[in-house]
Write a protein that binds this ligand. Sequence first.
Ligand SMILES: C[S@@+](CC[C@H](N)C(=O)[O-])C[C@H]1O[C@@H](n2cnc3c(N)ncnc32)[C@H](O)[C@@H]1O
Length: 388
Amino acid sequence: MTPAARVAAAIEILDRILAGSPAEPALIGWARASRYAGSGDRAAVRDLVFGALRRRDSLAALGGGLSGRALMLGLIRAEGSDPDTVFSGEGHAPLPLSGTERAGGVTLSEAERISDLPDWLWPDWVASLGADALPLAHAMRERAPVWLRVNPRRGGVVEARAALSRDGVETEADDHPNALRVISGERRINGSAAYRDGLVELQDLSPQLACVALPLSKGALVLDYCAGGGGKSLALAAREDVQITAHDADPGRMADLPERARRAGVRVDLARPGQPGSGYDLVVADVPCSGSGTWRRSPDAKWRLDRAGLDALIATQAGILAEVAPVVRPGGHLAYMTCSLLEAENAGQIDRFLSVQPEYTETQRRFWTPINGSDGFFLSLLRRNGSD
Ligand SMILES: C[S@@+](CC[C@H](N)C(=O)[O-])C[C@H]1O[C@@H](n2cnc3c(N)ncnc32)[C@H](O)[C@@H]1O
């Protein structure tokens, strides 16, 4: 595909997303219908679509409207390129620009233009992040780095880097043990021997740091209450010989966990929904959230979130905290986690919990953002009063 044909494909996909489709199905649908597109084309089109979604409103302003065509026009203008070389109508290129498009430009609210965040969210964003609000909004317009976690059950950092390099994935070690930042070849990770053999897992830096911060002793009983794909279970099981039970309200989310655990050389037991057991030394509640800390990776989610959706998430989080509070043994810990940057899902949620659960005391609160970590991530570690 020519560069202009890739832009035409991105326009088509963006139009589907703007009409309400989530980004991934829209990309997959296009790829299936476009057998002529090679892996390089698919990757380039994906980059165009995600790049446009990260800066949707500022590009819409530059391109003169909220459509796939306008977003791509805005992107080309933002890069300082000549749109006529792309919008030529030749071959599979997008049709030439109309007079209106040439003269285009629309008025957006200041928040939308400067932050590329939904208007309704901006006041909450500023209240949550203070002086970091604008730098973090801008950070969300950039591509996120890819991080790997080395699994010490399968080998060390040096071994992992060498194995990845043999398969074309270059990494650099971080100050944080077991964390590797991917420098190049990220699309080769899934096919690499290191990944297949469980020597590395894809996990962002901030959740890795959160898992390292949790109290774990040999033989401890651990419950991962919102286990999903099991990223936290696997990180904790790799760290220490503990007995981990994974639970999720939607057990289908854990379908791949037994195979991932086998690959990683660890054991994770699965609990039935609503039957998590009790008496745990540590309960991890990695609750469903807005994902606002990860919007660099899933930029369409930032435009899909609305006030009602956020309020529903906050209610779910409070419900989960109430559900897990009794299953921690006295003297044990509850680790509340979100990948959100919003105060209402983080400190606000914990302050409310502590006001109704006097048996709990907060012992640690950590907050990572793209400024000091990688994705936005919140951890509150709470101890249930009682004897150890
Ligand atoms: C943020 S995701 C978990 C990600 C996972 N811990 C990981 O590291 O890959 C949140 C999960 O909570 C689950 N969930 C939602 N409501 C729940 C509830 N009331 N009880 C338990 N799990 C719930 C969702 O199905 C989802 O899998």
